[in-house]
Write a protein that binds this ligand. Structure first.
Ligand code: C6P
Length: 415
């Protein structure tokens, strides 16, 4: 266990509690991550010392708030290696960012007969905006399938992406399969056919080093709350040339240049896409989360999570009472592990694990087409983050053993 990471456990007081009489083992990080003191203190500090609206006032608090807000944008820019801060738009989160692209670039560029290509693993947030756009425009929504191993099938991707394709949009990391998708290769394919590449980074940015320029994505959306920032804040990266070209779809305060009675002009990037008072404290909190992750180092975070997966995944895979989804090779698997206990509904599994203090998610994980593709209704899912330990993995294994005992090894009969 890496000591630099171990030293950080004290930063998460929420983890220091008992649930149902047992030590809390929080393994629902793919849904949302816990917040370190540095993040909650940054929010307190802002509200207690600097609170004011941004870009609107000349008084001292307004200047301080504006400086802190724009400093947070710079931090996010460096974190994902965007070329400039103007390419980072603050949003409410991944869902908001993806809807923004569909409602602007999509609305303004897709015409009847065009194709939009996504993968079968997509979260509803990276599916429904494209599906509804396709319906509105009489375009076709196509899906890239999976290999037997549960990875995105690049051979199928090469078939699905054609000269009719205008947009390819795929998750950088799946919230169910525990896979990292080959976004750079998909971007190459998309560009070779004249399409743009969009990536949903919700499950990637918190866990691996992301370089939007190296990936050569045109747009990249992610959420603050999954990377230990506050809820209600996220960011959308877009290449300047594209952001310049598209018209905004939300109108109001601070996104204008001039407003005349019958027409208006828009201000420069990134504020053209930030209509109305933004989640200022959220952005500052996200900046604090970026600092926190940067201080540890994303390669350390990834290596730490990998060490837990290396330890846990083979044990889960070897258990004949369990069905484990996604690649069984730990080297190909992120810290998101979806599984089912044979013969027991995942909601019952999650409830039984909670009785042992272990928090996991159960359900369709907002990926119903994927569930149908895998012939499943739902799964249980354990997802790890930098503050989880091998002891947490052992607690999951012990709680699963108790659960199996309770449900009589998958016969569904309660002992
Ligand atoms: N997945 C999960 O438990 P928002 O809600 O906008 O912050 O993120 C949406 C989203 C988009 N893409 C992927 C790949 C995601 O995993 C999520 C959020 C959570 O899996 C909540 S449903």
């Amino acid at each position: 266990m890496d000591t630099k990471i171990n030293n950080h456990l004290a930063d998460f007081p929420i983890l220091n509690q008992e649930v149902n009489g047992e030590r809390l083992v929080y393994l629902d990080n793919a849904a949302t991550a816990q917040k370190p003191l540095a993040v909650t203190e940054s929010l307190n500090h802002f509200y207690q010392t600097d609170n004011a609206n941004v870009h609107r006032g000349v008084h001292t608090l307004a200047e301080r708030a504006t400086e802190a807000y724009e400093e947070a944008r710079d931090k996010v820019q460096h974190f994902i290696n965007a070329a400039e801060p103007a390419e980072v738009i603050f949003t409410k989160g991944t869902t908001d960012g993806l809807n923004l692209i569909a409602s602007t670039y999509g609305e303004q560029n897709i015409i009847a007969g065009d194709e939009i290509v996504i993968s079968i693993t997509e979260h509803h947030s990276n599916l429904i905006p494209w599906q509804q756009l396709a319906i509105r425009k009489h375009a076709t929504l196509k899906y890239i399938g999976l290999t037997e191993d549960g990875e995105l099938d690049l051979v199928d991707a090469a078939k699905q992406i054609t000269n009719h394709t205008k947009i390819v949009s795929v998750a950088h990391a799946s919230n169910v399969m525990g896979t990292i998708n080959p976004i750079a290769e998909l971007a190459q394919l998309a560009h070779a056919h004249g399409a743009i590449m969009v990536a949903d980074g919700a499950q990637a940015v918190p866990h691996v080093a992301v370089d939007v320029q190296a990936l050569d994505v045109d747009f990249y959306a992610f959420s603050g709350h999954k990377m230990m920032g506050p809820t209600g804040i996220g960011a959308l990266y877009g290449k300047r040339e594209l952001l310049e070209r598209i018209k905004p779809y939300q109108f109001g305060g601070e996104m204008i240049d001039f407003v005349h009675q019958q027409d208006s002009t828009w201000t420069q990037l990134p504020w053209k896409f930030e209509a109305g008072t933004q989640n200022i404290a959220g952005a500052i909190g996200l900046g604090a989360a970026v600092d926190y992750l940067t201080d540890i180092g994303m390669n350390q975070v990834a290596a730490h999570e990998q060490s837990i997966v290396d330890y846990l995944l083979p044990k889960l895979v070897a258990d004949e009472d369990l069905e484990v989804y996604g690649p069984h090779d730990p080297a190909k698997h992120t810290g998101v592990i979806a599984f089912n206990l044979k013969g027991v509904h995942p909601h019952d599994v999650a409830t039984a694990l909670d009785m042992e203090g272990v928090a996991v998610r159960a359900g369709h994980h907002c990926a119903q087409p994927l569930m149908a593709y895998l012939n499943l209704v739902a799964t249980a899912r354990a997802s790890f983050y930098l503050y989880n330990t091998q002891e947490d993995a052992d607690a999951l294994l012990a709680a699963l053993a108790e659960t199996k005992e309770f449900f009589n090894h998958g016969t569904g009969e309660v002992k």
